[in-house]
Design a protein around this ligand. Structure first.
Ligand SMILES: Cc1ncc(COP(=O)(O)O)c(C=O)c1O
Length: 470
């Protein structure tokens, strides 16, 4: 038997074995080799514990996902029960399983209002947010081909948008770190202005005028590309990984008017915003998006198992179904579409959201969260703070008044995250020297107070760093 060539690198510790054998996602390999991995050993409510016994607030719910915390026994029990009953079956060729039937009905029943006064009527299951977005893109193409206009297939997303990492999704993810080195984006994906008022507004421009300009720039792009070639805009209601960018009031109504004018579909990427994060079931409700299609994942199952979904209104579904009938099959699907155990856990997660009125809880603690996030503005190196529901951010500025940034190569936000972690809170640095906050939706007011107290405790060291880097 061939011995792996790197076997000798492996010491006996889990950390050295990890460095030897495991290629991590979104990780700098040299840094990993130098520092070793951070091994997370167990979860407990809004906390995780590492293998040295240190306890951390998971201030990002992992990757904006573990909304019901890290130790919900009801979800574990739902998985075990389904494993014992039927651990796998597929949904190809008309097969299905009970939890998928119930979950689909629940999602459609609770869907947000769709475009043109219509409502979501069908749901398609996949396993990740990236797959859901790739699926939605293929459905958009299939839809336009069905309507006899196969050349209408260009996709628009917004600069700083995050939509995943598969080839199509990474092309829509308009962030350099997801495209550099891969020869992406693919050429049919175009990017328009992000609704980032803090960084993008002209001097003296009101929020309303800025939102109108975003819509005008979208229209300019559609006209430049040719409306007959533009199929859809994919947009997060609140942009997450690109910096927790909350669009100005009225933004989506203006965007929608442009899309309707050129018969371009609107796909809401609810992978972060869905399931209570913004204080409503959907970010589309909070931001009045009214999409034709919607993708969701993450908190669908509180991230306990991988499952995602694409929802579509009848306007989209009817031509898809007719085309599939003409072609003999809808030729798309994943082995794990509507996986019974994933569906059972997602169903239980959604039932728990209702039984425990988790969205009511989010609304009750959101003012406290907003107050804590707003208080970060007291630091002279924090230029902007923002939040909605239980998602927020603080953005560093070398000069608060001119919004001048720190030198990006100094990575002040990433360094601050490391300092804050020493005080028992895991957060995440986002491009543009922004730190995101996205705690589990079950966090209590007392836990929020303690978590932000720890962040303040870390800020004197962050202030020293900021003074050095200015
Ligand atoms: C808005 C959004 N869409 C899509 C994705 C991709 O999801 P996944 O990592 O499950 O493929 C993410 C992941 O963070 C996301 O934030």
């Amino acid at each position: 038997m061939n011995k792996p060539t790197n076997i000798n690198l492996a010491g006996n510790s889990p950390a050295s074995r990890d460095v030897a054998f495991h290629m991590h996602p979104y990780t700098n390999p040299a840094q990993l080799a130098a520092a070793g991995p951070h091994i997370i050993a167990k979860g407990d409510g809004v906390f995780v514990h590492d293998d040295s016994g240190n306890r951390f607030y998971e201030g990002m719910s992992g990757l904006w996902c573990a909304s019901l915390g890290f130790s919900e026994p009801e979800l574990v029990n739902a998985a075990i029960a389904q494993f014992n009953k039927l651990p796998f079956y597929h949904s190809f060729a008309g097969k299905t399983v009970d939890p998928a039937i119930e979950l689909a009905e629940m999602l459609i029943t609770n869907a947000p209002p769709a475009g043109g006064g219509s409502h979501m009527s069908k749901v398609f299951f996949a396993a990740s947010g990236s797959e859901a977005n790739d699926t939605a893109m293929k459905m958009v193409w299939y839809y336009n081909a069905a309507l006899g206009r196969p050349e209408k297939r260009k996709i628009i997303s917004r600069k700083k948008g995050y939509h995943g990492v598969t080839m199509a999704a990474a092309s829509m993810t308009a962030l350099a770190y997801a495209q550099d080195g891969f020869g992406l984006p693919l050429d049919f994906v175009k990017h328009t202005t992000a609704p980032d008022y803090y960084n993008g507004a002209h001097a003296g421009e009101s929020e309303e005028a800025f939102a109108s300009r975003c819509a005008a720039e979208l229209e300019d792009l559609i006209l430049a590309e040719g409306p007959d070639t533009v199929a859809a805009l994919f947009a997060e209601p609140v942009m997450g990984a690109g910096g927790v960018i909350i669009p100005p009031a009225g933004y989506f109504a203006k965007i929608r008017a442009v899309l309707e004018k050129y018969d371009v579909l609107l796909v809401a990427d609810e992978v972060i915003c869905g399931f209570g994060r913004t204080g409503n079931m959907w970010g589309s409700q909070t931001m009045d998006v009214r999409p034709d299609m919607l993708t969701c994942a993450k908190a669908l199952s509180s991230a306990y198992l991988p499952i995602s979904a694409v929802m579509m209104s009848d306007k989209v579904y009817a031509p898809l179904a007719e085309q599939a009938e003409r072609l003999g099959v809808f030729g798309h699907g994943y082995t794990y579409s509507a996986h019974p155990v994933c569906a059972a856990v997602a169903l239980r997660a959604q039932q728990l959201m209702q039984e425990r009125d988790v969205i009511g809880h989010v609304r009750s603690v959101a003012p406290s969260f907003a107050g804590h996030v707003a208080a970060m503005e007291q630091y002279d190196f924090i230029g902007n703070v923002r939040s909605i529901g239980l998602i927020g951010a603080m953005e560093f500025a070398a000069d608060k008044h001119s919004h001048k940034k720190f030198d990006a190569s100094q990575k002040i936000a990433a360094q601050a995250v490391a300092i804050i972690q020493k005080h028992g809170v895991i957060l995440r640095a986002l491009p543009g020297d922004i730190i995101g906050f996205c705690p589990p939706l079950i966090i209590s007011k007392a836990e929020l107070d303690d978590m932000f107290g720890r962040i303040h405790d870390a800020m004197s060291e962050v202030a020293e760093l900021a003074a050095k880097l200015r």
